[in-house]
Design a protein around this ligand. Sequence first.
Ligand SMILES: *Cc1c(COP(=O)(O)O)cnc(C)c1O
Length: 300
Amino acid sequence: MNELSIGQPRIETIEISTAKVFEIEMATLRLDVIHPVVSGNKWYKLREYLNDARSKNKKAIVTFGGAYSNHVISTAAACQIFKFQSIGIIRGEKPVHLSPTLSEAQQMGMRLFFVGRTDFRMRQLPQDIFTQFSANDLYFINEGGYGIKGKEGAQTIITENDVKKYTHICAAVGTGTMLAGLIQAAAPHQQAVGISVLKNNFSIEQEIEQLLPQKSINYHIFYDYHFGGYAKYNTELLRFMNNWYGQTGIPSDFVYTGKMFYGVNHLLQKQFFKAGSKVLVIHSGGLQGNRSLTKGTLIF
Ligand SMILES: *Cc1c(COP(=O)(O)O)cnc(C)c1O
């Protein structure tokens, strides 16, 4: 696959015995296969922002994140595709060695600026930026791509693929931007099911509602599959990810999709899905995260 082009996602059936026993049809929409770096939902979330920036003649995209942010590295790659300059405002002191994520983002042309936690929270930009760019040339994208344009892009995850026959559409929830798009684009016979990867982030439903034109009831978020919080994991999760790969051939990551597949599999066992349901699980990408694990921990 060419690094400067985006490929097509595909739907794969998930053949597992529990699904057969409970008469559930399961499939996954593999967004992880569309690009080696702007993997999965990040491409969909970024696209509308970048189109907007282009129509406004902006020159550089500024975004925010931590040292292992999928969103930051995806933004760097997407900016290469769109031919924008990119600027990453990174939380915390500049480390002696850049994380693999940041070092690749830098190789893709992203300029990195490190800011202290308070400044980061206040979105206080380092003055150095303005020696290189005029304020008018800059286009800002929130941390994680949260916002209306991100949601609009996420809607196309299901409008551009033929998913009408499914009764449930399941996805991992970080900022909730993707789920908001799925909720809005879902047909009346479809329910969106979110698996939260953060601990006790119950305000997420409010944040999702803020992105929707009207109150929605066709979604449900589960909060029991965070494994201790964002990017936390234990051996049970890693063992599940290996087994899941063994059974289905689907790789996952411990930050998002591993927890999501774990949750969906558990919901299947608890018979949350009624017999006859057709469940589509969005593989939102993000395999980058696994790079921080010791080699050999995962079998894929
Ligand atoms: C960022 C990310 C998510 C979370 O998407 P939100 O729109 O922030 O909820 C889910 N899965 C993967 C793989 C991601 O990289």
